[in-house]
Design a binder for this molecule. Sequence first.
Ligand SMILES: [Zn+2]
Length: 279
Amino acid sequence: MRAIGRTTVERLRQPEYTGENRCPPCTVVNLLLAALGSVAIGSLAPVAGVAFALVAVAAIYLRGYLVPGTPELTKRHLPDRVLRWFGKDPHVGTSVDLDGDNAVSSTDLDGDNAVSPSHLDVESRLLSIGAVEPAGEDLRAAPSFEREWRRAAEEVLDAPERRAGDVLGLSEPGIEDRGGVCVVADGGIEAARWPSREALVADLAAVPLLRERLSDWESLDRATQGRLLAGLRVFLTFCPTCGGVPAFREDTVESCCRSVDVVTYDCEDCGARLLELQR
Ligand SMILES: [Zn+2]
């Protein structure tokens, strides 16, 4: 009996919307709809109202939602501010979260939300240390900096786990691909994430170069360091693993309750995502 119960539960369960993948905004919207439904039915027939509430809560628990299509609904109708309140940063998977305290949020390069620490001007800092230089109306990686960056990236590739452990201060560092995102874990527990292994290698290579050139690097908080690293990654001209050339592209990223227009910076050869910025 119990075995049958368990298999039924497993058949109903939708892992893409539950567990780690459960979407708080979708869950709350569905619980509200379930409550409204239960009250409406209960006002006509109390027992039916209670039964509906039980079925509804079970459905939300197992399936992640009650009303099919609510992930789409919240995608269209929940404002960014509400999603952010749920920890759903509309900047889907942008780049580094060196803090690792919020697995969903990410570095925010355009500084339009509250994450920005003291309105850090990433480009002017990178210019001031000669990491980037003017090229016409644009900026580019300074050739001497780029040479050192390439060399450093090759060194990182020899022992990426150890380097990640050193930079993030982890005792049991591991690098894993989790659902298309590169996660640096400490004893299996996520410590930080990057859009790809290539992006991680680029940042691990850049850390000693920035530390050398920025006298206050060590005193910067992790979020600021992350923004400088992601800001620098915009100027990466080589793919750290395959040596291909990255290029910018416009794209739309779908998550369960968001549809966001982004600019991506991907390796043209191996497709590795180096950066993703909301438009
Ligand atoms: Zn590549």
